[in-house]
Design a protein around this ligand. Structure first.
Ligand SMILES: *Cc1c(COP(=O)(O)O)cnc(C)c1O
Length: 351
């Protein structure tokens, strides 16, 4: 069953104006967007139309109280021009988990899948083939009550926009382990893909950037003792020849890339320990020369390697590895995503 979506096509495509070899990710969008409104307790009037400005009153509650959630997923093209989404069901389930926590109405499966599939299909020329190229898909929901009352909105807008992507973050990252600020607290909404989780981390991240770091690795908000995640990526440590990553809790986002990398590692004979990891354990492993790799995982960059970390006043370097697990796992995952290898777990979703 599919949801009927009204489609109005763009008169002229903007694709010829884009230099696909040289553009800044996240600032170029495809020809169309999806839009649907929640009014009278129902999602109504789903439509795909040319990407353009939307009109919202200044009183819209998202501007005041920040009820906003989003997703990030990708579409890939294989050599025969088949288009695949990667594990879209995970994104569908997660947007509803985020919705519940932020008091936003959930979306029905048919609406989500029909919207994503029809939009991607219409803009499929924007999905380029080859090394790391893809289409980044950004579904999001914002509160649109026109009233500055501090209550959950009754009206919402669900939209999807798409941006062509190549693999970025190729440079290894220098990271700072947080010992003062926190991204999320127990009982809060760190596990939701909510806009506010990002707003709150820009200030401490900018401070870290001023000191020469690329990102912050967040620790638990009680004691700053245990590693959580990198704020846009989940984080893995390789100690000797085993991987370690924190279990997902209410302060950590349950990344699709994280769970995919865990499966791929296990299927390639790499053992993965999902356990609480203290900063002290990482420092000890580094001092004993057993800490071989640190990497982050997320849809945008897939796997981003870390070249070193600072904790309080000390910097610890992570040396390059000849047999990098990060490289291996990234290649294996990309090969599944782009239909260059078997897909034993059924992660590709052809559209
Ligand atoms: C989106 C996100 C991730 C990565 O999740 P993926 O599903 O792998 O893209 C990690 N941490 C945070 C806070 C995120 O918002």
């Amino acid at each position: 069953m599919t949801t009927k979506i009204k489609v109005s096509k763009a008169k002229k495509s903007k694709i010829k104006d884009v230099d696909f070899e040289n553009f800044s990710f996240g600032s170029v969008f495809t020809d169309h967007m999806f839009e649907c409104d929640y009014v009278n307790e129902k999602w109504e009037n789903p439509a795909i139309r040319p990407y353009e400005k939307i009109s919202i009153e200044p009183s819209a509650s998202v501007f005041h109280y920040g009820q906003a959630i989003f997703e990030g997923m990708k579409a890939f093209k294989d050599d025969n021009n088949n288009v695949f989404l990667f594990r879209p069901n995970e994104n569908f389930e997660r947007i509803n988990k985020s919705a519940i926590r932020m008091s936003i109405p959930q979306i029905e499966r048919n609406l989500f899948f029909s919207a994503v599939e029809q939009l991607v299909n219409l803009d499929k020329d924007w999905i380029k083939k080859g090394e790391g190229k893809s289409l980044y898909i950004r579904p999001f929901i914002v509160a649109t009550d026109y009233a500055i009352q501090a209550v959950a909105s009754q009206n919402y807008k669900f939209m999807i926009i798409c941006a062509p992507a190549t693999l970025y973050y190729t440079k290894k990252l220098r990271v700072l382990i947080a010992d003062k600020y926190s991204r999320a607290a127990s009982g809060g909404f760190g596990y939701a893909k909510a806009a506010g989780n990002y707003a709150g981390q820009f200030y401490p991240t900018n401070l870290a950037k001023k000191s020469g770091f690329d990102q912050v690795i967040w620790t638990d908000s009680n004691e700053h003792k245990y590693i959580e995640e990198a704020g846009t990526m989940n984080i893995f440590f390789r100690i000797d020849n085993e991987l370690y990553t924190a279990p997902t809790t209410d302060t950590i986002l349950d990344g699709v890339t994280r769970k995919s990398i865990i499966e791929i590692a296990k299927n390639n004979g790499i053992s993965v320990n999902i356990k609480k990891i203290s900063v002290q354990e990482i420092i000890s492993a580094s001092n004993e020369k057993r800490l071989k790799e640190i990497f982050g995982t997320g849809t945008a960059a897939i796997v981003s390697q870390v070249s070193g970390f600072q904790y309080k006043d000390e910097y610890f370097e992570v040396k390059d590895q000849n047999d990098s697990y990060a490289e291996l796992l990234k290649t294996k995952l990309l090969n599944i995503q782009t239909n260059q290898s078997k897909d034993p777990l059924g992660w590709r979703y052809k559209i």
